[in-house]
Ligand binder design. Structure first.
Ligand SMILES: *Cc1c(COP(=O)(O)O)cnc(C)c1O
Length: 402
């Protein structure tokens, strides 16, 4: 196939066939080049590469490694991007993005991941980079003000953790571009299968590949996708910060990505079925899932997403204690942070991802102590639902009042 990005192929085909790189022996996938440096027959051949006339592997820390090239071709194809770079973690991808493209100031719209928040709140201001936080993902008036003051990068996450709120990617992109600012989207919760931020007008997409792209809770990685121009500007930063993905992890991630479309389809279907089944349960005050018509972001989700994802949040009538009891009594859901793996996980945001902020601050963000966030895995949906129902059934009458 010529250029899979411009092709008529679907995501499942792209996930398997978009690697252009071939090894010398016809392996159907690029093997691991556990190689730090690459040799050249003479100085003329070396200079062709170091002087930029020919792209060829040279030194793996630079990101020059065939195993990495192959992975990046697939990642770019899945997001419909010209290029992708792979990083040693999601935070490595995000911090390199901010250092490369955020120096004119960064405006964050809506809820963001804790590590990203820490970086923007503490480390980047120490370097003199101005950062701004707009709590509501649709605060377009405040955003207009920041853009008019010259902020160069708008950063959003959609859907957000743990309330699964959505931000209108096309609307933010249109507004930012009027001011010459860039828009970057952390699309980790959505995956490239459920949402394509670049097609909606965003300039850059970032992923914690540790989650759905990896999909098996066995690797830590990150990715950035976008135009050649924007990605090329990030290259020297990744090279000299030294945070390119290792060839071993790149190979493992390539292996995982081949089944991404299949896995995401299953995550979507199971989460939807479980959300629908628990809707209206007397012990549950709210089921937050973008695929439910009752979800505040449902209309927008239908516009900008092709599937609603595997993350779902329950809010218990009985508050914090009821949520804790249910988490402790679940048999198939492990209590653990992270998400996107084959196994189902459960977290209580007030004890993990949002433990560091006050209850008052959490309330402002719509996060209550009675919430449980579920990462719906690849088990049989009926078994997961049975497990949830048995755990909830152990709550007594008194647990179901505040
Ligand atoms: C986990 C996560 C990150 C950070 O990724 P790491 O791979 O842990 O560095 C960033 N954004 C979101 C939305 C995440 O869930």
């Amino acid at each position: 196939m010529s250029d899979p990005r411009s092709s008529r192929f679907g995501a499942a085909t792209l996930a398997i066939h978009s690697q252009q790189q071939q090894d010398a022996f016809g392996s159907p996938h690029m093997p691991i080049y556990d190689t730090t440096t690459f040799a050249y027959p003479d100085t003329t051949a070396l200079l062709e590469v170091t002087e930029g006339r020919r792209r060829a592997p040279l030194y793996s820390r630079y990101g020059h490694n065939p195993t990495l090239y192959a992975l990046e071709e697939t990642l770019a194809a899945l997001e419909g991007a010209e290029k992708a770079w792979a990083f040693s973690s999601g935070m490595a991808a995000i911090s390199t993005l901010f250092l490369s493209h955020g120096r004119r100031g960064i405006a964050c719209l809506g809820e963001i991941y804790g590590g990203t928040l820490g970086l923007l709140e503490h480390q980047l201001p120490e370097l003199g980079i101005n950062t701004h936080f707009l709590l509501e993902g649709d605060d377009f008036d405040a955003l207009e003000h920041l853009l008019a003051s010259g902020v160069g990068l708008v950063y959003i996450e959609t859907p957000t953790n743990p309330t699964l709120r959505l931000t209108d990617i096309a609307a933010v992109a249109e507004q930012a571009h009027r001011h010459g600012a860039l828009v970057a989207v952390d699309s980790t919760f959505a995956t490239p299968i459920n949402q394509q931020p670049l097609a909606l007008g965003a300039d850059i997409v970032v992923h914690s590949a540790t989650k759905y792209l990896g999909g098996h809770s066995d690797l830590t990685a990150g990715a950035v996708m976008g135009s050649a121009k924007l990605l090329d500007a990030m290259w020297p930063w990744r090279q000299n910060l030294g945070c390119a993905l290792s060839p071993q992890m790149a190979s493992l991630l390539s292996r995982s990505v081949r089944t991404l479309p299949l896995r995401v389809e299953r995550h979507n279907a199971s989460a939807q079925a479980i959300a629908e089944a628990l809707l209206g349960h007397p012990a549950i005050a709210r089921v937050l899932y973008p695929g439910l018509p009752s979800h505040p972001g449902h209309r927008l989700a239908r516009q900008q997403m092709r599937g609603f994802g595997g993350m779902l949040t329950l809010e218990f009538v009985g508050g914090r204690d009821a949520a804790t009891k249910v988490a402790d009594r679940l048999a198939l859901f492990a209590i653990a942070p992270s998400l996107g793996g084959a196994e189902s996980l459960v977290t209580q945001p007030c004890t993990t991802s949002h433990a560091d902020i006050s209850a008052e601050e959490r309330a402002k963000r719509g996060i209550t102590d009675g919430m449980l966030r579920l990462s719906i895995g690849l088990e049989d949906a009926e078994d997961l639902l049975d497990d949830l129902q048995q755990a909830i059934a152990t709550l007594s009458e008194s647990d179901n009042t505040q």
